[in-house]
Design a protein around this ligand. Structure first.
Ligand code: NAP
Length: 339
């Protein structure tokens, strides 16, 4: 089958369109014919080699890609919840990525039925960013009705989903973006919008229960002053902490290294009476099922910036790397019934 593979790590590397064997589904796997995939900044970071410590993909060439929507074409002997012909969407487990391909085998635990009201392209844009938003807001923050949350980069892949989820949970939402995206984030439900090119969010906002950070060190540090005592600073763009290292089975040296990497921000948050935690999202078919219900109920809708044809997967990654996407970038892999 055709797939985009990474031959070696490096910033200047391009993915290579290659012929690779079709994956063989294990007992608990679904073989999915990929209709659409979506691009995440994670793809470029994996290609660059930035994630080698956390995601050691040693077995190159590696089929790339972290989000998929498609149709089940075969099921493993012990699969219980899916059948051939089901339309599904997923963020495959981090050890089993490879959605920039015609087919992928995925553990059924990581898969959910595709929301019935979405196209394949729309559905493929959802899993990784929606799971990130869910895990940050529901699991880590425990965001409640009436609370206040600042979501940075509200116009990005994670931001567009997180704003809508936070509104659904009943929170007041502030977000940062630039002038061109203000109407878009307001339409998604943002109550307060700070144009980061003109205004300092840390001077305008105070007493927040939660900040979701997806930007750099400067924004992360300034975010502390926005929180009320007892507030929670959650970062998905680093620095990682020791709890994350432990939960991911990393050894003592890496645990200690990550404790040190996050020492500055943890201390700053603590001095303010707040807490800091790093989140690295995980695959979950069960959570995707709940997200599908919210999408079908109209509480959340995907936001797509551009759809690229499969052949232009490298161009799709390059577009993501501009850092200016409004919502998600999608790759159309199959056309209707034509694989
Ligand atoms: N740890 C995890 O599990 C996890 C999961 C998902 C994502 N992430 C990370 O989170 C980050 C964001 O991911 P994403 O998919 O949302 O990225 P993205 O879609 O590429 O983000 C692009 C958006 O960011 C906005 N932006 C850029 N600089 C900004 C600034 N200084 N202030 C406010 N907005 C700004 C841009 O708006 P303008 O054009 O208006 O600047 C653009 O709309 C990435 O680093 C990604 O790797 C981590």
């Amino acid at each position: 089958m055709k797939a985009f593979v990474l031959d070696r790590y490096g910033k200047d590397e391009r993915l290579r369109l290659s012929d690779v064997p079709e994956p063989e589904p294990g007992d608990h796997d679904l073989l999915v014919r990929v209709h659409a995939a979506s691009v995440n900044p994670l793809d470029s970071k994996i290609r660059d080699g930035e994630f080698k410590l956390i995601l050691p993909y040693d077995d190159l060439p590696l089929v790339m890609g972290n989000d998929v929507a498609g149709v089940v074409v075969r099921v493993g002997a012990k699969v219980e919840r899916f059948k051939t012909g089901d339309e599904v969407y997923a963020r495959p487990g981090k050890d089993r990525i490879g959605t920039f391909a015609k087919f992928i085998a995925i553990n059924e635990a990581d898969v959910a039925l595709k929301p019935g009201n979405l196209t394949m392209e729309e559905a493929a844009s959802v899993p990784l960013v929606a799971l990130t938003a869910w895990q940050a807001l529901v699991e880590v923050a425990g965001l409640k009705k009436g609370q206040k949350i600042l979501i940075h980069a509200g116009s990005g892949g994670v931001g567009t989903l997180a704003i809508q989820l936070a509104k659904h949970l009943g929170a007041t939402v502030a977000t940062t973006t630039s002038a061109a995206n203000i109407d878009m984030v307001k339409n998604l439900g943002a109550d307060i919008v700070v144009d980061y090119r003109k205004d300092d969010f840390e001077k305008r906002l105070a007493g927040y229960d939660v900040v979701l950070n997806s930007l750099g060190k400067d924004t992360l540090e300034k975010s502390v002053s926005v929180l009320r005592p007892g507030g929670k600073l959650i970062s998905i763009s680093g620095p990682p902490d020791a709890d994350f290292a432990k939960a991911n089975g990393l050894g003592q040296v890496l645990q200690q290294g990550m404790r040190l990497l996050s020492l500055g921000i943890r201390s700053k948050a603590k001095r303010h009476g707040a807490s800091y935690s790093f989140l690295f999202m995980r695959a979950s078919g069960q959570q995707l099922g709940k997200i599908a219900e919210l999408i079908e109920a109209g509480a959340i809708r995907p936001v797509i910036d551009r759809v690229f044809p499969f052949e232009q997967t490298n161009e799709a990654l390059a577009y993501s790397e501009t850092g200016r996407a409004k919502g998600k970038i999608v790759i159309k892999v199959a056309d209707g019934d034509r694989p």
